[in-house]
Design a protein around this ligand. Structure first.
Ligand code: E4P
Length: 217
């Protein structure tokens, strides 16, 4: 399973990347706003830091405008993946951009039907949004499972990029189903290291060690 980091916060990406935890990065207009940085400048910085795919999202709504924006974004670095929304125009842009040799991440996917269309349009990645489905009381993980089954049935090569991840459980469940990639905020990835029994065990070891009166080194 590949780990993408869902942020435009370069310090957070660097911390995880230095540990070898980052296979790629996803950004979106909201994350660019949160970072408070110029999209070209921050995306270039991320692309220089991370070897894997870095998704940068178009904001136009018409296919021809998305294609133009996608080509501009793709010039930022060789490892740019152009992110387009799962609309009819987005599918047209996906087909055109992937036909030109660009990697394309089709985002805002909320149904298996949408995922089939993205695969047929040549998407490199499909991004089903788990958390936003959970928010409206639809099990987002069912969508990951459905897409996995359908893509496997027909040998679609589009990678399932489980997105809108809000918890460690989301990552574990997506991994069990066989999502190719997860993209998660840095805080969620870091919290994978936490366990109450680890904390409890460490406290006990430290207390017992103090009683030995010994030092190492
Ligand atoms: C994916 O590429 C999106 O940037 C992201 O996962 C959206 O997550 P959110 O629903 O928490 O905003």
């Amino acid at each position: 399973m590949k780990f993408f980091v869902d942020t435009a916060d370069t310090a957070a990406i660097k911390e995880l990347n230095d540990l070898g935890m980052v296979d790629g990065v996803t950004t979106n207009p909201s994350l660019i706003l949160k970072a408070g940085r110029d999209i070209t400048e921050v995306t270039r910085e991320i692309c220089q830091m991370v070897a894997g795919p870095v998704s940068a999202e178009v904001v136009a709504e018409k296919a021809e405008d998305m294609i133009r924006e996608g080509k501009v974004l793709a010039q930022i670095a060789d490892n740019i993946t152009v992110k387009v929304p799962l609309t009819w125009d987005g599918l047209k842009a996906c087909r055109a951009l992937s036909g030109d040799g660009h990697k394309v991440n089709v985002t805002l996917c909320f149904s298996p039907a949408q995922a089939i269309l993205a695969a047929k349009a040549g998407a490199t990645f499909i991004s089903p949004f788990i958390g936003r489905l959970d928010d409206i009381h639809i099990d987002g993980m069912d969508l990951i499972a459905d897409i996995r089954e359908i893509y496997d049935n027909y040998g679609f090569e589009t990678e399932i990029l489980a997105a809108s991840i809000r918890s460690v459980n989301h990552i574990i469940e997506a991994a069990k189903i066989g999502a190719d990639v997860i993209t998660a905020p840095p805080s969620v990835i870091k919290s994978m290291a936490n366990h109450v029994l680890t904390d409890k065990g460490l406290a006990q070891f430290n207390a017992d060690w103090a009683q030995t009166g010994q030092k190492i080194g």
